[in-house]
Design a protein around this ligand. Structure first.
Ligand SMILES: [Mn+2]
Length: 378
């Protein structure tokens, strides 16, 4: 059977004030197409369905639409909650969803939920392990609490209570940070590596569908794999290539893995240059981070750059001489000002802080009035 492995959807994510819901709808639509083209038999979602513990109504609606589309195509889907999710909220209506072939891990996060699916080679067991913490596992197994100091201990204890039949084909879906994996800025990890889990704990599984880290990657062997997020959720991911992972499992021991690239609605790029250089670049609707390198950029540089890059999410200013950022980013952009204020600021920036003379001010006002009258007459 062919499985499509996804993770870290982060529905409802807002990146530098940009709501990514349209990008997310677009990519989920593309994933549905890939599932059809690739003759997928089931979909795995390895946690972080939502960006927030209490997701927005819009994010919930997008998720509802996606799983409903899977069910309408008779594609079973196996879903666990991640560290960004509320296990209870993700599991809302789970018994009802199960009737349509959508299997969701439950509110008890110290537990593994197992389901079976049949293919030509027999039965495949899908083990759904929601994101869990040492505290939650200690509470579930108080007699072993003293032995649970970190995430590795916690996952070991959960797996000890869940024997796996090694004669069967077993897939684990989990959301944890495996030792040795590559991290980026949009994940929320524990400081000091307390959340490290050893891949050796997963030796019994034919494939481990992981979520948590946003860069697609394998850990220790090809069958222990992070699918990565379907979209870039931080500028640290600008150079990553997002994809979905497709696993083909035949007889026991025969697992083939490939990836299919995803093409986003908006690309993400990091650009740097003088104000003039950036203004002369080809206009683009990509999500960009701009670094303006002038020693003294115009006061309205961020706003002017928005005319070339309307989806600029972050404007940084670095003084090339000192090499240090000396002014904040576009999130601190002043409120919209009237034209005269903008012009005054622009003039001052271009003339070492000098103000318009009374005569210049008068001329500008007359021009503005004439423009207003002309606009009113139309
Ligand atoms: Mn995540």
């Amino acid at each position: 059977m062919r499985f499509l492995h996804l993770a870290d959807l982060h529905l409802g994510k807002i990146l530098h004030k940009q709501n990514l819901l349209e990008d997310q709808k677009f990519i989920l639509e593309q994933i549905l197409q890939i599932a059809a083209e690739q003759q997928i038999g089931a979909v795995l979602i390895a946690g972080d369905v939502y960006q927030r513990n209490a997701p927005s109504a819009e994010a919930m609606s997008v998720f509802s639409g996606f799983v409903t589309a899977l069910a309408a195509r008779h594609l079973p889907c196996y879903i666990i909650s991640g560290n960004h999710d509320s296990a209870e909220r993700v599991a809302y209506l789970a018994p009802l969803a199960q009737l349509s072939g959508i299997f969701i891990s439950g509110a008890d996060t110290a537990k593994i939920y197992t389901y079976e699916i049949q293919d030509a080679y027999g039965e495949i067991r899908l083990h759904l392990m929601p994101f869990t913490t040492p505290m939650q596992v200690r509470a579930a197994y108080p007699e072993q609490a003293e032995k649970i100091e970190n995430y590795n201990d916690a996952i070991r204890v959960v797996l000890q209570h869940h024997p796996v039949d090694p004669a069967k084909r077993n897939i684990l879906i989990a959301h944890q940070f495996l030792t040795g994996a590559q991290v980026c800025d949009s994940e929320e990890l524990a400081i000091g590596g307390l959340d490290n889990v050893s891949a050796a704990l997963f030796d019994d599984f034919d494939y481990v569908a992981l979520g948590h880290l946003h860069g697609p990657q394998q850990v220790t062997r090809p069958e222990i794999r992070y699918a990565g997020s379907p979209l870039k959720y931080s500028f640290s991911e600008a150079n990553q290539h997002k994809s979905v992972t497709i696993i083909e499992i035949r007889e026991k021991g025969n697992v083939q893995i490939e990836t299919v690239p995803l093409k986003p609605l908006h690309e993400m790029r990091i650009l740097s240059g003088s104000f003039r250089e950036l203004m002369e670049m080809p206009p683009s609707e990509d999500y960009v981070q701009l670094t303006v390198t002038d020693a003294a950029p115009p006061a309205n540089a961020a706003r002017a750059l928005h005319t070339v890059f309307p989806n600029c999410l972050q404007t940084l200013f670095s003084n090339e001489d000192s090499g240090e950022a000396f002014f904040g980013n576009s999130e601190t952009l002043p409120e919209k000002s009237d034209f005269l204020t903008l012009l005054t600021e622009f003039y001052a920036a271009q003339h070492d802080g000098a103000a318009l003379t009374d005569m210049q001010n008068q001329i500008v006002r007359e021009i503005l009035e004439a423009l207003d009258q002309k606009a009113g007459a139309q």
